[in-house]
Design a protein around this ligand. Structure first.
Ligand SMILES: Cc1ncc(COP(=O)(O)O)c(C=O)c1O
Length: 421
């Protein structure tokens, strides 16, 4: 694919299918697909329709393997240890509902920062699998060392309470969603391993936003959405399971490939076979890694993209905070650090005393931003304080943050007026 190099910023927006006047600052929510990648996906869909048998019995597996090899090189792992799933939620479901977690065993998880779907998956495991949940609270701002110390203390405390009941699994983020924080997940993997606890890393926001080296990080399970930050069409995620764990993990969709035996060919191991066939479906998003990565290379490659987005998030976030007369969440402790990821949490002014339910306020802010101001970003409350999460992408520039500052100021002013009236 050859496309002319367009500079990062507003000019690049036309390469995506986003509405002309829309100011998108919530890329981490659902991602956005470049035009060329979307066209490629439609070509694969057309190809499938031209000869469904040839496609679904043979050709699709060859294309899946080519794409898997390319993404494995990006995240630095062996290709047969990776599989595609439709999204992060289904990948996490597959791991935790595989059947290796026994009633009464414990799961360590981070209840104040976990994604809402993960919270519900934990509740489900407690209800149906009779797992004991061990919640760990992270009240940001915290340093990486604080996070590790809090985690170690929680494990020690739990083991001291009842040394005979094992903590079987720890579920933690690579980058948490709300607040957006780059978690020291590599050190967390090592920490929980000291206690023989399996690590499940929710890296939904990781691929495309931060560099990954899964071989070196060596998690027991790692998942990442690819439709968020990598520009692959929705829904597409990777699930990484190193060989040592493949014999006890199953797809949450049990298909004809359950307990299938090893075979020669492009999809060879039982693990690969089981995950590769969730029943007949449209595999075309999974075939777009090559196209998404080609597009990213045409923009300058991973490092250039990440450098631009990280810097813009920090500068744009600061611009919004200055305009609102507030501050960024992480800068309360990390003023000097280079930004390492592309999301930022900006404190919202005079919101903390609002007495409506949190969910209602979130809905009102989203509605006002999306339908009245033609922009979007995720509002959230963390330990009594209100913030908004802003995401920087290659199609954004500081003008977008400037626009957002005015939009969110109006929204909080309106909310404040309604609160007083
Ligand atoms: C940290 C985290 N985990 C899991 C998910 C769920 O992702 P999906 O809806 O793509 O399954 C999200 C979605 O935003 C997320 O931010």
């Amino acid at each position: 694919m050859t496309i002319a190099k367009i500079p990062f910023g507003r000019a690049l927006r036309s390469e995506f299918l986003l509405e002309e006047q829309y100011v998108p600052l919530n890329h981490g929510g659902y991602g956005a697909c470049p035009r060329v990648v979307r066209s490629a996906m439609r070509r694969y869909q057309d190809q499938a329709e031209q000869n469904p048998d040839r496609w679904l019995l043979r050709l699709v597996f060859k294309h899946l393997k080519e794409n898997r090899d390319r993404v494995a090189a990006l995240v630095q792992c062996d290709s047969p240890d990776l599989t595609f799933t439709s999204n992060a939620t289904s990948a996490i479901n597959s791991v935790v509902r595989s059947g290796f977690l026994n009633p009464g065993e414990k799961i360590l998880w981070f209840n104040t920062t976990a994604h809402s779907s993960v919270k519900k998956i934990m509740t489900f495991l407690e209800d149906t699998h009779k797992m004991t949940l061990v919640p760990v609270e992270l009240q940001y701002p915290l340093s990486d060392q604080d996070v590790l110390d809090i985690t170690r203390r929680a494990i020690e405390h739990e083991l001291a309470k009842d040394p005979k009941v094992p903590i079987r699994l720890a579920v933690f983020d690579a980058i948490s969603a709300l607040p957006a924080v780059r978690v020291p997940y590599e050190a967390m993997i090592q920490l929980v391993r000291e206690y023989k606890i399996l690590s499940l890393v929710d890296g939904a926001h990781a691929i495309g936003q931060i560099p990954l080296n899964l071989r070196e990080a060596d998690p027991d399970f790692f998942i990442s959405d690819c439709h968020k930050w990598l520009f692959v069409p929705r829904g597409c995620a990777i699930l990484y399971v190193p060989k040592r764990n493949q014999n006890f993990v199953h797809s949450c969709i049990i298909s004809r490939e359950y307990k299938s035996t090893a075979m020669k060919g492009t999809v060879s191991t039982p693990f690969e076979r089981e995950f590769a066939w969730p029943g007949a479906t449209d595999f075309s998003p999974y075939l777009c890694f090559n196209d998404a990565l080609d597009f990213r290379e045409s923009l300058g490659g991973e490092e250039e993209i990440q450098k631009y987005c990280n810097k813009l998030a920090r500068q744009g976030g600061q611009l919004v905070a200055d305009a609102l007369g507030t501050e960024l969440l992480l800068l309360e402790t990390k003023d000097e650090d280079e930004p390492t990821f592309a999301m930022v949490n900006v404190r919202l002014p005079y919101m903390d005393k609002h007495n409506r339910p949190e969910k209602e306020i979130i809905d009102i802010i989203f509605d006002k931003l999306m339908f009245e101001r033609n922009t979007s970003a995720g509002p959230f409350k963390h330990y009594g304080k209100w913030y908004v999460r802003l995401c920087a992408q290659v199609y954004n520039d500081l003008d977008d943050f400037q626009y957002f500052a005015q939009a969110i100021q109006k929204v909080v002013d309106e909310l404040e007026k309604e609160n007083i009236d």
